[in-house]
Design a protein around this ligand. Structure first.
Ligand SMILES: Nc1ncnc2c1ncn2[C@@H]1O[C@H](COP(=O)(O)OP(=O)(O)O)[C@@H](O)[C@H]1O
Ligand SMILES: O=c1ccn([C@@H]2O[C@H](COP(=O)(O)OP(=O)(O)O)[C@@H](O)[C@H]2O)c(=O)[nH]1
Length: 275
């Protein structure tokens, strides 16, 4: 029912959801003027016409509208009015995951961490991308966008269709310009980017602390340095790109968790994101 990723477009667009039922066409039927005798098909056709109008009206007004792909197969999967996506960006260790966990408790958001989705995919015993993902994560590089966008798309579609969820915090994504452009072209335009500003030495300290218990292959000094570099060279241009469009709120994360959270809540309120 929904789009898949397909080689023909690099990123796959494919199957759809309920296509709006087209108004039944009275193939060749004529409506006669009152002077003429009505055809024996007149009343059945009138009934069909009324039914078609009714179904179309219902589809247009139904609250459970299908993703946009059902209407325009060349546009993004979802209409802007179907779902709200907020990107959460910031350097490694800036506190994205910590703040997202607090936000989901008070807002009706689904938290999707791109890093967590990649690690879960990597951990699947028969994943064809397992070793590729492991390599990219250890080296602090950005996994090819097709893999990450597909994982995100599947998670969003599942939450939307099964749980009727429409608000998503996408944590740690997009980290590269190609991802930003593809996601908005193929899935949905984001409403906002929440960006955590944080000095590098603070992030380094936090990550080394986290590394004592996280078990993550990239929470070590060598990988952390590579991640910082990737963040500056590859991910910051994404923040700048959205910022130039007035779609970023910046929050200083070098404060206690609760204070950072209060600032996020105020920044969201200013942008009309409410609980
Ligand atoms: N405001 C904060 N002050 C102190 N430590 C924090 C703060 N926010 C997060 N942390 C800690 O820093 C580490 C990294 O935070 P995390 O949310 O995992 O960052 P990210 O998701 O950006 O990598 C975690 O161990 C977390 O407990
Ligand atoms: O869109 C993404 C998000 C994450 N990653 C990889 O996953 C790692 C960990 O990302 P995560 O957001 O989990 O952690 P952070 O680095 O922000 O602490 C990154 O360094 C990348 O190698 C990626 O390739 N693409």
């Amino acid at each position: 029912m929904l789009r898949l990723f397909a080689p023909s477009r690099g990123i796959i667009t494919g199957h759809r959801v309920l296509r709006a039922v087209p108004a039944a066409r009275a193939g060749g039927a004529r409506f006669y003027s009152s002077q003429q005798q009505k055809s024996k098909h007149f009343y059945p056709l009138l009934l069909l016409g009324g039914l078609a109008i009714g179904v179309t009206y219902y589809n247009l007004n139904s609250t459970s509208k299908p993703p946009r792909a059902s209407i325009d197969p060349t546009g993004p999967l979802f209409r802007d009015s179907d779902i709200d996506v907020i990107f959460v960006l910031g350097g490694p260790g800036s506190g994205k995951g910590t703040q997202c966990a607090k936000l989901v408790k008070n807002y009706d958001f689904v938290h999707l961490s791109a890093g967590d989705l990649l690690r879960a995919e990597q951990a699947k015993p028969n994943s064809e991308y397992g070793s590729l993902i492991a390599h990219y994560i250890k080296e602090g590089l950005i996994v090819p966008q097709e893999i990450t966008i597909n994982l995100l798309k599947n998670a969003i579609v599942e939450q939307y269709t099964k749980n009727k969820k429409t608000k998503f915090l996408i944590d740690g994504f997009p980290r590269k310009m190609d991802q930003a452009v593809s996601f908005e072209d193929l899935i949905v335009k984001s409403k906002l980017t929440l960006y955590f500003e944080c000095p590098e030495e603070v992030m380094l300290h936090r990550l080394l602390e986290r590394g004592k218990t996280s078990g993550r292959a990239d929470d070590n000094l060598e990988s952390i340095k590579k991640r910082f570099r990737t963040f500056l060279e590859t991910s910051m241009p994404v923040v700048d790109y959205f910022d130039k469009q007035g779609r970023v709120v910046k929050v200083n994360c070098n404060q206690p968790v609760e204070e950072v959270y209060n600032k996020v809540v105020s920044a969201f309120a200013e942008k009309g994101v409410t609980k």
